[in-house]
Design a protein around this ligand. Structure first.
Ligand SMILES: [Zn+2]
Length: 249
């Protein structure tokens, strides 16, 4: 028994032999869900936006038991994770990420833009999948295999190589251009910064900082102090040069 599978051209990135693989006949020799079928061909389920069997919408658990035509469509940008769909009936109530070890720089830059991103170089794949499920986080990774885990529902397999390009990729893919808030979180702890009175932290400031700056913010977790100095200006300039005009907190 044969299932005739057609992949959306957007899946070329994952398919080993692009032009032959985009359309192929899949011999059905065992009971397998469409999730397993699609992933056995190289595409992680997190990249799939819609599946049709003989023109009927189906979900990942569907097990074909008759010959037929299976069309696999990619998630289209902008991907609104707050809207339910056939494949993801339980949407997220807000946008939160978890970055794996290969995209930590991306994770820190997204925190700088104000997004909630869990990132640590010590996360194992199992911890990432567990946290994604437990805290309803979108997984960001360059590891395709990680994304085949069932617990991971929302994700992006990062394509770009350079961190700032990766930020643009994520912001555009999830349609987040209007949701940035520059300088609102601690890049080490991912905690929202709180405004702090200069008089309360005066003893911790260098003479020049004391002299030239008036507005200060503090991380409630690590107590680090932030102000809009030259580092801030440089980062903001770099974001702007990549087309990301983040408003301040
Ligand atoms: Zn901190």
């Amino acid at each position: 028994m044969i299932i005739s599978i057609t992949f959306d051209p957007a899946f070329d990135f994952f398919l080993p032999d692009r032009h032959q693989r985009r359309g192929l006949d899949y011999p059905l020799i065992r009971h397998a869900s469409v999730k397993d079928m699609i992933e056995s061909l190289g595409v992680p389920h997190t990249e799939v936006g819609r599946i049709c069997f003989n023109d009927q919408d189906i979900d990942f658990s569907f097990i074909p038991d008759t010959p037929g035509k299976l069309d696999i469509h990619a998630v289209n940008a902008p991907f609104d994770v707050r809207s339910p769909s056939m494949l993801r009936p339980e949407p997220l109530d807000r946008v939160r990420f978890i970055a794996d070890v290969n995209v930590l720089k991306l994770g820190r830059l997204l925190i700088l833009l104000g997004f909630d991103v869990a990132c640590s170089s010590s996360f194992t794949d199992t911890e990432i999948a567990d946290l994604a499920e437990l805290e309803s986080r979108i997984v960001l990774t360059r590891d395709t295999t990680l994304l085949k885990r069932r617990k991971i529902v929302f994700a992006r397999r990062i394509r770009s190589n350079l961190p700032y390009d990766q930020v643009v990729e994520v912001v555009d893919f999830f349609g987040l251009r209007n949701q940035t808030a520059f300088f609102s979180r601690c890049t080490q702890c991912n905690q929202p910064l709180v405004k702090v009175a200069k008089t309360d932290i005066l003893h911790r400031l260098e003479p020049k900082t004391k002299k030239y700056f008036t507005d200060f913010f503090q991380c409630p977790a690590c107590r680090k102090i932030f102000w809009k100095g030259s580092h801030y200006d440089a980062m903001k300039k770099t974001f702007t040069s990549h087309g990301l005009k983040a408003p301040d907190k």
